[in-house]
Design a protein around this ligand. Structure first.
Ligand code: SF4
Ligand code: FES
Length: 334
């Protein structure tokens, strides 16, 4: 077995497999020192290196060659070396650079969070709040696009796209027949299907889950509700196409949408098929496992607005009752 590499990130040392990226080493430590990632997705080969949100400072290259790296580096694409020392949240240079990256990503991205279905679970919204500056210096006209339906279940709102390539890698690696990609170069780049093709294959809906912003949205959920008013529940079914492990998002008695189960880094645990995602929206289609764990920092868990009483369907279902427990207890105190 190969020897482990010792890496120190923001003063915390961890031993990791040699050859992994700084970002994945940081994820092994966890917490605030994990750099944000808008384009890297651990389940998608080749992802990363596009958005620069994961920039860190390498203040010591390795035990053998302790020289610092001359520039900030993308932690998702930089391999750890034994004895390496990395600064993320402890480096004023990184904090400043990240503000600039947020400003750059927001040059064309509209601030239409109040009407965007992704609000509440948008990586760019979180990044803006946690790492952004209050203003922008950009004075020119922003580029805009018309919304396009790419298939009957998915809508592309290119104006919101940050060109992270995740949806392209998803289509490439999950399906036999990718029909969309990034056309054009530089500021003319855009996600597009080849000559009015539509994305139709069993796994096409996963582009919605991997999109870090609201550029690719589920047409069956559009404008139905805000995510923080919905209740996520883990459920599964015996599916011949995928593992059938999903999150159901309830509003009262109704399943408003079905998604993959996302971890603390916003990545799905398993990709799910379109039949599970779009065609099974009845509680009776699923075996309910229990409440979905939502990070404390998520707007979904800090639901300050919805103080409804448990609906009959929830009261009759143990798992849904459990999923709503915290909220009901808070309601009683109000
Ligand atoms: S549509 Fe979404 S997933 Fe695809 S490149 Fe744009 S931001 Fe990334
Ligand atoms: S997450 Fe590393 S460059 Fe995008």
């Amino acid at each position: 077995m190969s020897e482990k590499a010792r890496v120190t990130i923001d003063g915390i040392t961890v031993e990791v497999e040699p050859g992994i990226s700084i970002l994945n080493a940081a994820r092994q430590i966890g917490g605030d020192l994990v750099p944000p990632a808008m384009c890297y997705y651990s389940k998608l080969e080749g992802s990363g290196g596009k958005c620069r949100t994961c920039l860190v400072k390498v203040s010591k290259g390795s035990e053998k060659d302790p020289r610092p790296m001359p520039k900030l580096v993308a932690s998702c694409r930089t391999t750890v070396m034994d004895g390496m020392e990395v600064e993320n949240m402890t480096s004023p240079e990184v904090i400043e650079a990240r503000k600039g990256i947020v400003e750059l990503l927001l040059i064309n991205h509209p601030l239409d969070c109040p009407i965007c279905d992704q609000a509440g679970e948008c990586d760019l919204q979180n990044l803006g709040y946690e790492h952004g500056a209050a203003g922008t210096r950009y004075e020119f006209e922003r580029r805009t696009f018309d919304k396009i339906d790419i298939g009957d279940k998915i809508q592309l709102h290119m104006t919101r796209c940050i060109l992270c390539y995740r949806c392209v890698f998803t289509a490439d690696q999950l399906t036999n027949n990718r029909v969309h990609g990034i056309l054009g170069r530089g500021d003319a780049s855009e996600i597009s299907t080849y000559i009015e093709n539509v994305i139709t294959n069993d796994f096409s809906g996963n582009v919605i889950d991997v999109c870090p912003v609201g550029a690719l949205t589920d047409k069956t959920f559009r404008f139905k509700n805000r995510v923080w008013f919905t209740k996520p529940v883990d459920a599964h079914r015996d599916c011949p196409t995928c593992k059938g492990k999903v999150a159901l998002w309830y509003k009262g008695e109704e399943v408003l949408r079905v998604t993959g189960r996302k971890d603390q880094y916003g990545e799905v645990e398993d990709f799910i098929c379109n039949a599970c995602r779009f065609d099974h929206k009845k509680t009776s289609d699923w075996v309910i496992e229990g409440p979905r764990h939502i990070e404390n920092t998520s707007v979904i868990s800090s639901n300050h607005y919805d103080t409804m009483k448990p609906l009959p369907v929830i009261q009759q279902n143990k798992a849904l009752m459990e999923a709503n427990k915290v909220e009901f207890e808070r309601t009683k105190k109000i």
